[in-house]
Ligand binder design. Structure first.
Ligand SMILES: [Zn+2]
Length: 207
C-alpha cells in the first residue's frame, strides 16, 4: 500500500496537460493502485487524478460509495467526454485545495468513454447533475491542467477563500468564460425559487 503526497494548488504539475497512456502496463497498474490508496486515506476523498500524485498521465479514479456501502472503485484511462449538456451549480472541493469549497459551473450530464484497468473500453452516462456527473467533470479537468476554481461562479469570493489559506489567487489566464452555462444556472435557480423549492445542493466532497 502506497499513500503518496497530494500536490497542492500552485504546483506546476497540476497545470500541465497529461499524456495519453499507450499501454496499460504494470507501471500504469501501480499508478492506479497508488491513486486508490492515496484517495482512500482521505475520509472525504471520492476521486483522484494522476497529476495530483505527480504523474502527468491521463488516468483518474472514482469511488462514490457511502461509508456504509461496499467500495465501488472505477478506473478511467484515456477518458474522453463525448457528450455534455445542461447546466448546474456544483459546490465542490478538491484534495489539492485543502479546506476550500466554492460554487462552480458544471454541465448537468455527460457521456464519457474510457478504458478500464484491464484496458477494455467502456462508456458511462452520468445524468441530472448527479455526484457521478460532477465528479467525472472535475477529474477529467485535472487531466487537461484545468482546476475547479477556473469554473468559479464568484471569482472574488473564491480569491478571498484562497488568500485565507495562503494559496495563490485565481489566474485570469485559466479562468473559463462560461456565460451560457451561467445564464442557464441563473434561469434554473429563478424558476426553482418561483416554485418555492430550495435549490438542492449536495454535500461537498473532494476530488
Ligand atoms: Zn480535484
Amino acid at each position: 500500500m502506497t499513500v503518496l503526497k497530494i500536490l497542492t494548488y500552485g504546483d506546476e504539475i497540476l497545470r500541465t496537460p497529461s499524456k495519453e497512456v499507450h499501454k496499460v502496463s504494470a507501471k500504469i497498474h501501480k499508478i492506479v493502485d497508488d491513486l486508490f490508496d492515496t484517495m482512500y486515506s482521505y475520509n472525504n476523498g471520492i476521486g483522484l487524478a494522476a497529476p495530483q500524485i505527480g504523474y502527468n498521465y491521463r488516468i483518474f479514479v472514482l469511488d462514490l460509495a457511502m461509508d456504509n456501502e461496499p467500495p465501488c472503485p472505477i478506473v478511467f484511462i484515456n477518458p474522453k467526454i463525448i457528450k455534455k449538456w445542461g447546466a448546474i451549480d456544483s459546490f465542490e472541493g478538491c484534495l489539492s485545495f485543502p479546506d476550500i469549497y466554492t460554487h462552480v459551473r458544471r454541465y448537468e450530464s455527460v457521456i464519457i468513454r474510457a478504458k478500464d484497468r484491464k484496458g477494455r473500453l467502456f462508456t458511462l452516462e452520468a445524468k441530472d447533475g448527479s455526484l457521478l456527473s460532477r465528479a467525472i467533470q472535475h477529474e477529467y479537468d485535472h487531466l487537461e491542467g484545468t482546476l475547479f476554481v477556473d469554473h468559479a461562479r464568484n471569482r472574488f469570493e473564491t480569491d478571498h477563500l484562497l488568500a485565507e489559506k495562503g494559496l495563490p489567487q485565481i489566474d485570469s489566464e485559466y479562468l473559463i468564460e462560461e456565460s451560457e452555462l451561467e445564464q442557464e444556472i441563473i434561469e434554473k435557480q429563478r424558476n426553482s425559487d418561483k416554485n418555492e423549492d430550495s435549490v438542492s445542493r449536495n454535500p461537498a466532497d473532494c476530488c
